[in-house]
Write a protein that binds this ligand. Structure first.
Ligand code: SF4
Ligand code: SF4
Length: 481
């Protein structure tokens, strides 16, 4: 709340601190390599999977019009919504488990925002040069060269974004047709909306919003705090070792190099200051613009690039690496006599997420193993609950909807399980084409008996007559007036 004096002075409170455009410095090291390995892996899966074929059709396709989800040899129907829900919960538990172990490590290595920002920044560096060249170009007055470089970068960004939009929609509409129809401007309205919309989203998020998404827009950044604790391994600066920070004098640097002579231990010997030489490289390489030396911050995506930068500096001055490292808060506070962190699997939080993950993965596997590729729905004729025939019998009409969830046509048999005398009129076996729902009119008949009236529960049993066993049972009623 503003104090009276502040209000009187008409001071403005800034809720959003402008940082300007970030041009992180390129860094090499194990975390950068791991990061790029994840970029390759995720993009090979994302761009490649849509083009895989299986049994003459697209291997992975969410066919919204047909309400089917093709996943290689598996075809999921709306009836399998529970299986999808269970698998989603298992995936969420895996994310929570990873967060409890290593904070926002998903954000740093696999989140699409991080991955596309890395790709767009790579393109930017290829076109405009390293971080200093990019800074100079941004500050330079308008010129033909600046215009050409910026135009080339944006054309490449737009091409990647459009291909991303096309690939995304290719998981919902056969991807083989999409490209020719895009080129012929023949996309349907919803396809056009999503291809161009997703492309625009990618272009804006990865080209312009970048780290602002992680800092100000991502809801996961806000609630991850409930999943981490003092034993979670986050990227952290070892202030006990690094402080007081200060630049190395030339003489001290030379003496340290001689003393170290390839060994790490002598690095800090005789030095009055901590190991941090205040070079600022850890800040320059950070894609979020964070100074990790100020402590753990929610905007840190645990990408580890500052570790690579600092390890390189430590190597150059002959000091041990790991001044910045993945470490638990408790480990770093050991000097303050905090209890040492427990092994990960002995932490209740980690055990809980692991148990959730195991339970829901097992439930998903169980649902998949016991899944019947047959679904039956029964509808009673609402116009006439029962009918008296000319030969004195009572008939009830139903419509069975029989879904054959396999990709081959199948033959089924229908049986009735109910009061004695209730039987099926007409043929008891029928065919259902591959992957389709067949509406089947069914009439049940019983002798009229003035002593027996009301609704009598019956079961309609549908069984496969060929291929793998499949059976579905539906409850309904036979009405005697
Ligand atoms: S990179 Fe390492 S030495 Fe350089 S400022 Fe950061 S923490 Fe200090
Ligand atoms: S502080 Fe380090 S780990 Fe965190 S986002 Fe920046 S570079 Fe990545």
């Amino acid at each position: 709340m503003q104090s009276a004096s502040t209000r009187a002075a008409g001071a403005r409170i800034e809720f959003y601190r402008k940082t300007g455009k970030l041009h992180p410095r390129t860094v090499t090291g194990r975390y950068n390599s791991l990061r790029w390995a994840m970029v390759w892996l995720t993009q090979l899966v994302f761009y490649g999977t849509g083009w895989l074929r299986w049994d003459g059709r697209q291997a992975v396709l969410f066919d919204i019009a047909e309400r089917k989800f093709y996943l290689f040899g598996l075809v999921l129907w709306p009836q399998d919504a529970l299986l999808l829900a269970v698998l989603l919960i298992a995936s969420a538990s895996a994310l929570f488990f990873a967060t409890a172990l290593a904070g926002r490590v998903f954000c740093g290595f696999a989140c699409p925002q991080t991955v596309y920002t890395a790709i767009f920044r790579w393109v930017e560096a290829k076109v405009e040069g390293d971080h200093l060249a990019r800074l100079r170009l941004d500050q330079a007055p308008a010129s033909a060269r600046k215009l050409a470089l910026k135009a080339a970068k944006h054309v490449l960004w737009l091409a990647i974004a459009l291909w991303t939009g096309l690939t995304f929609v290719g998981y919902f509409s056969p991807i083989g047709d999409l490209l020719p129809r895009l080129l012929a401007t023949e996309l349907g309205p919803w396809e056009g909306f999503w291809v161009y919309g997703y492309a625009a989203f990618t272009y804006l998020q990865a080209g312009f919003a970048r780290e602002m998404v992680c800092l100000h827009m991502c809801p996961y950044a806000r609630f991850q705090g409930v999943m981490v604790d003092a034993e979670t391994h986050n990227v952290a600066y070892d202030s006990a070792r690094g402080e007081p920070r200060g630049t190395l004098g030339r003489k001290q640097a030379a003496s340290l190099k001689r003393a170290a002579n390839g060994t790490a231990a002598a690095a800090t010997a005789g030095a009055a200051q901590g190991d941090c030489v205040d070079c600022g490289l850890c800040v320059q390489v950070c894609p979020s613009g964070i100074d990790i030396r100020a402590g753990l911050q929610y905007g840190c995506i645990n990408c580890g690039l500052c570790i690579d930068a600092c390890d390189e500096v430590m190597g150059r001055i002959g000091a041990p690496t790991g001044l910045i490292r993945f470490a638990a808060e408790r480990t770093l506070a050991a000097a303050a006599k905090a209890p040492a962190p427990r092994p990960a699997l002995r932490r209740p939080r980690v055990q809980a997420y692991l148990a959730l993950m195991a339970i829901f993965t097992a439930a998903g596997a169980g649902l998949l193993a016991t899944r019947t590729p047959l679904a039956v729905d029964v509808l009673r004729d609402r116009q006439a609950l029962s009918r008296l025939t000319t030969d004195g019998r009572i008939e009830n009409d139903y419509t069975l909807k029989v879904a054959n969830m396999l990709e081959q046509p199948r033959r089924f048999r229908l049986r009735v399980d109910g009061p004695a005398g209730v039987h099926l009129t007409g043929a008891d076996s029928f065919d259902v084409p591959a992957g389709s729902v067949r509406p089947l009119p069914v009439t049940l008949s019983s002798a009229a008996d003035p002593e027996v009236r009301g609704a009598h529960p019956i079961r309609l049993i549908v069984e496969a007559l060929d291929g793998a066993p499949a059976r579905a049972v539906e409850q309904t009623a036979f009405i005697l007036p």
